[in-house]
Design a protein. Structure first.
Length: 293
């Protein structure tokens, strides 16, 4: 047996398991998802009928609640996007040599480590209208006018849930930014200081270009996380009151497991995948470094 053939056999043996797992748990389910999106499958019947694009037509024109859910996802996306400069400032502060910086780094990452269901239950207690810590705090500060049903007020509920999402996911964004900051050579900052560049000039011309790849990753996580958000509203409100806090992911799950319409739910999942791809491509085009062209 030749050396070249032996090398091919060894490489093929090492690749067999990961490729098989990818085909089994990624490619095949994705193919089935697309297939089911063109059917009226109810999830348990062995028979199904192909109905063409009816599920997509129904999703676009006959489900106003789905569009409302997409709007709720947009609230998550916009608020997380607006919070990114705050996360960057925190990462810059943590990157400086300061007493207890390791403790603060662990602290900001802790919410992401905690199980999402536990986080949701914890904030359900904090928002409780009956002796909930938040309302008790507002009352003790003399701010009774701000007390409300944080999870029952139609105008407040989505922002209450977004606050939970910010608390949970901002820490991992800060750690990613911190890793990007630590990869920037300190010589650049020292040279900039010698040339008289202040903090903001260093931030604009050294820090932001130096962590551009990290920011692309964070923005992608922001898009995918906002569109796939379902666990926090599912546990804390169930999409209520009514459908006021329902997200597209939660609406998809209810369509599949509550109403047994797996065909329509598959079409919703395909649409969600398409939205993530489109928004990610648009984002990459917007923040593209034109100087490389």
């Amino acid at each position: 047996m030749s050396y070249t053939l032996q090398k091919k056999i060894i490489i093929g043996s090492f690749l067999f398991v990961p490729v098989s797992l990818m085909l089994l748990f990624l490619i095949y389910p994705t193919f089935q998802l697309f297939r089911y999106s063109f059917t009226n499958w109810d999830g348990y019947s062995p028979a199904l009928s192909y109905i063409g694009l009816d599920n997509y037509h129904k999703l676009l024109f006959d489900f106003p609640d789905a569009w409302k859910a997409i709007g709720n996802n947009g609230i998550y996306f916009i608020i997380h996007l607006l919070f990114i400069p705050v996360e960057l400032m925190m990462a810059v502060l943590l990157n400086r040599t300061m007493r207890g910086s390791a403790f603060f780094r662990f602290t900001v990452l802790m919410p992401y480590i905690i199980n999402g269901i536990a986080v949701a239950y914890m904030f359900s207690y904090i928002y409780s209208p009956v002796s909930g810590p938040l309302n008790v705090l507002l009352k003790s500060l003399g701010l009774q006018s701000l007390i409300t049903g944080w999870l029952s007020n139609l105008h407040v509920v989505n922002y209450s849930l977004v606050a939970v999402s910010l608390w949970r996911f901002s820490g991992v964004h800060i750690i990613l930014m911190l890793a990007g900051l630590q990869s920037i050579p300190q010589d650049l900052y020292e040279a900039a200081k010698m040339d008289g560049a202040g903090f903001w000039l260093q931030l604009r011309h050294i820090t932001l270009p130096g962590i551009r790849r990290v920011m692309e990753m964070i923005l992608f996580l922001n898009i995918s996380g906002a569109l796939l958000q379902y666990d926090i509203p599912y546990v804390m409100t169930g999409g209520g009151p009514g459908t006021a806090s329902s997200t597209f992911g939660l609406f998809s799950l209810q369509t599949a497991f509550t109403y047994n319409n797996y065909g329509l739910a598959s079409a919703m999942a395909v649409s969600l995948l398409f939205l993530i791809i489109v928004f990610s491509a648009l984002q990459n085009w917007i923040i593209k470094d034109r100087s490389e062209a």
